[in-house]
Design a protein around this ligand. Structure first.
Ligand code: ZN
Ligand code: MN
Length: 481
């Protein structure tokens, strides 16, 4: 493997989460709906109909282009017809963009888990309509037009990725970005994010690109990783045995974990592109563009870097907290209500609040435990008003009731017991009831002190001040009988 460099480019299709389709009023998201229930004369290509562009498709695509640092977002772009014949394409052409796309250029500075990074360039970004779906059943070919006219962004990277892992990372970051922008869920299993991979190998140090193969229809990140890896290994075997690589189109069979050769691909000329005569150009004037870009949030990787700088968080924390926008907003709000170190808030969030979020399958923003509540609970723990274990239990209590932490502490009598006399008498009781453990301690196994402290915590339902209890036991046990 060492004498070859792997060269990968990815072509992705992203389904935008608009209400309606790109050129008609039919519902765009028909996942799980019966076949051919979200269709009309426009999206099934009946004669005499005219497409009308859905404004929010342009807006969402512009947001994505800006987030991918497009070199230019075009003030005027055009639709084009891509002609090909396939049963699930009722018009006989797909309305796409060709020579004048919505945006040009772009990049993603892809961080890798090992700390390195890879600059991935974007060569192409345009909008287009989806085709229908062909299903083979009992030797019959069935067509579902629900997907016809669903809005897509097609985005193509340069040949910049150098391993199957990098390709997988690119898709993980792209999916994160789509969710962050709120323009697509990017769920590959539902076809909201689709990926074809162009794969080639070349001798290390070589500049010239070798013949590439294209792997189609990769429908999960794991499949992207395994299929590319299998193809790289196949190409190396071929070249090592003196064969040349053919410009094949391959399809990945998930069940058998193998690649199979498909039809040879159409070339650009076969598509006979020409300008779409039924649609006006997209005129994206300055005002409209500004309005759209006003909704462009700080991006996840930028926010991650800022969290490290501004809050002195370890990169590990910043990565988890910026995985999702709602969680990162939650963190910043909680920090703003809390006057101690941000790392303390981060610990509570990553250990306890994140578990609540995952158990409930919700986003941070829909928790009843608001950032203000979290900050208040942490504050009460720090001020020793309640113990850490009471604090953790409080998270659930607030989430269940939606009430203020301080109210709950007062009404349920959860305040920490720091009264020296009370704790001392509890400690003495426990010592006299457990002579065996006392002997163990005195024989030198002093770690058993944790067990003693635990007994007091149990008796007080977690309300005793554990540091004080420990000190009391140390004192009592150090006395000679
Ligand atoms: Zn329709
Ligand atoms: Mn396409």
């Amino acid at each position: 493997m060492s004498e070859f460099e792997v060269v990968i480019g990815l072509e992705t299709h992203i389904q935008l989460n608009t209400q309606s389709k790109i050129f008609c009023g039919c519902k765009a998201d028909s996942w799980g709906d019966p076949p051919n229930t979200n269709i009309c004369p426009v999206c099934t290509g009946l004669p005499g109909v005219l497409p009308v562009l859905n404004r929010s498709v342009v807006e969402k695509a512009v947001l994505l282009a800006a987030a991918m640092h497009a070199v230019s977002i075009q003030p005027i772009s055009y639709f084009a017809r891509k002609n090909y014949f396939y049963p699930d394409l009722p018009k006989g052409y797909q309305i796409s963009q060709y020579d004048e796309p919505l945006a040009r250029g772009g990049k993603l500075d892809l961080p890798m888990p090992d700390g390195s990074s890879r600059l991935v360039t974007i060569t192409k970004l345009h909008i287009e309509e989806d085709a229908g779906k062909t299903v083979y059943q009992n030797g019959k070919r069935l067509i579902d037009f629900n997907r016809c006219g669903v809005p897509l962004v097609e985005m193509v990277t340069g040949p910049d990725l150098r391993s199957a892992d990098e390709a997988a990372q690119y898709l993980i970051r792209l999916r994160q970005l789509l969710r962050w922008l709120g323009i697509s869920e990017g769920d590959m299993e539902k076809g909201q994010l689709r990926c074809d991979a162009n794969v080639s190998i070349r001798p290390i140090g070589a500049e010239k690109l070798s013949t590439k193969t294209e792997i189609k229809n990769l429908n999960s990140i794991e499949n992207v990783r395994t299929a590319i890896q299998a193809e790289v290994e196949r190409q190396i075997r071929e070249v090592d045995s003196g064969k040349t690589i053919g410009a094949w189109t391959l399809t990945w069979d998930e069940d058998s974990g193998t690649l199979a050769k498909m039809r040879t691909k159409e070339t650009e000329a076969d598509y006979r592109y020409f300008r779409e005569p039924d649609l006006l150009p997209i005129r994206l004037d300055e005002k409209w563009c500004e309005e759209i870009l006003a909704h462009l949030p700080e991006l996840p990787l930028e926010r991650r870097a800022r969290f490290v700088d501004q809050y002195a968080l370890p990169l590990y924390d910043a990565e988890i907290l910026t995985d999702e926008r709602s969680l990162s907003d939650y963190f910043e709000q909680a920090v703003s209500f809390y006057d101690g170190e941000a790392k303390v808030v981060s610990n509570w969030l990553m250990n306890d609040v994140l578990r609540m979020i995952r158990e409930r399958g919700v986003r941070a923003e829909s928790l009843r435990l608001r950032p203000k509540h979290l900050a208040e609970i942490i504050h009460m723990v720090e001020e020793k008003v309640i113990t850490t274990s009471t604090g953790k239990a409080m998270l659930e209590k607030v989430e269940e009731s939606g009430r203020n932490p301080s109210e709950i502490v007062e009404e349920e009598g959860l305040a920490q017991v720091s009264d020296d006399e009370t704790l001392r008498s509890l400690a003495s009781e426990i010592l006299s009831a457990n002579p065996e453990q006392v002997t163990t301690y005195k024989d030198g196994k002093t770690t058993i002190i944790g067990w003693f402290v635990g007994q007091v915590m149990q008796k007080t339902q977690g309300k005793a001040n554990p540091q004080m209890v420990k000190a009391i036991f140390e004192e009592l046990l150090s006395k000679d009988d």
